[in-house]
Design a protein around this ligand. Sequence first.
Ligand code: G6P
Length: 471
Amino acid sequence: MAGDNHRLVVVSNRVGPLSDEGKAGGLAVGLADALRRRGGLWFGWSGQITPEGTGSEIRVEEHGHTALKTIDLSEQEIEGFYFGYANRSLWPLLHYRLDIAAFDRESERVYRAVNRRFAERLTPLLEADDLVWVHDYHFFFLGQELRKAGYDGRLGFFLHIPFCPPDMLTALPASQDLVRAMLDFDVIGFQTDNDRRNFVAFCTQEFGAEDIDGDRLRTADGRIVRASAFPIGIDAEGFAEFAVSDEAREHERMVGSISHGRHQIVGVDRMDYSKGIVERFRGYELLLEDNADLRGQTQFLQVAPLSRGEVEAYADLRVELEGLAGNINGRFATLDWNPIQIMVNGFTRRALAGIYRAAQICMVTPLRDGMNLVAKEFVAAQDRADPGVLILSRFAGARAELPEALIVNPYSPDDLARALRQALEMPLEERQRRHEAMRARVFANTAHNWCETFLAVLDAPAERDLQPRSW
Ligand code: G6P
């Protein structure tokens, strides 16, 4: 295994669960797979809000050869760092939603302070030959802060969400500081080549970095930083096993009992405006509007666990989606048929695998998404003999690896309705052919391979060691 003789230290805002039972999101699933296999330290937020905040005692949980160490956040820290800068400024902006991104000085200040506090708390736990791997948009300044705190070991960063084009990013006050801080990492990973190109374009346009060969940048002060795409995967075998577990079978049966043999369509997303759920509902409505023959023939189940409810855009979305679902049912329902159902509670991963397996069609239609692991999980969960159809947004990172899905423009209800009709009519042989091609890729590029590929690069003899450091 790459870097086996080095301890792996993972840093992310959410830590755990290490078990595969939780309702974890994309990031946690990928990392838990990696840490379960290699062991190491996982450092982050405890999930607790206490007056001590980042000054709290470190909470420690040992799980075999992996330790989870976490600190709390205070009310003021969670507001400025997590709800404020991370989720009101960076999340919408990096998902190309400049129209709803809100910027305020106090949130930015708290975000930077929390990054500094995390660096101060983590530094005493580090050893010189650790591989430190920082994750996601909560910690853009952490590499720089770790350097300032004196850490000189290998530092990697992976961005799980998109990186928007430079013209958009420059709308963020102090965007240069943020991107410059990223350059203190030795290796910077993105989900797709598009994201990497946007990052490199920012660095070359905004501070004259030199693009050496696409994967390496020479900064103005002469250091070399590696920036590459490392598309994340899932534990495909494990997930396929989930799909035939007792719990999955029970859920598959329950879905079957609500659909009464109708074509089952599913969507599974955190309730987030980036996921394109509003447009998806409109596409489904249009399908029913334009195709009277399909009324009574389809059943749409949208699973949308609530997320970040204190951010207004999320609370508004819930109201909008429940209204839309109500309208669709009001328009088309009959005594024995409700065309659409939305559920805001989460499911275990085994239950989800059963829901995917029960579906003939899965709609993964984000307006913008780093990767989207639902697409990969749906593929892994299908019955190979009679697989369902994946409808996939052209703006999901997963599109690069899953071109055999029905690729749609998620902004266009017409396009969505057309794809739904095509999926409903697709012959078995075509479904099998498309599914086998996608399945092969989902099983080849796993979470394990993603992790090992990144760590092999992080562990490689570094160009930076040949360069004087400037900080
Ligand atoms: C996305 C992000 C993760 C985040 C997850 C859940 O997958 O990339 O960093 O943890 O959403 O969001 P939450 O705000 O609940 O952590």
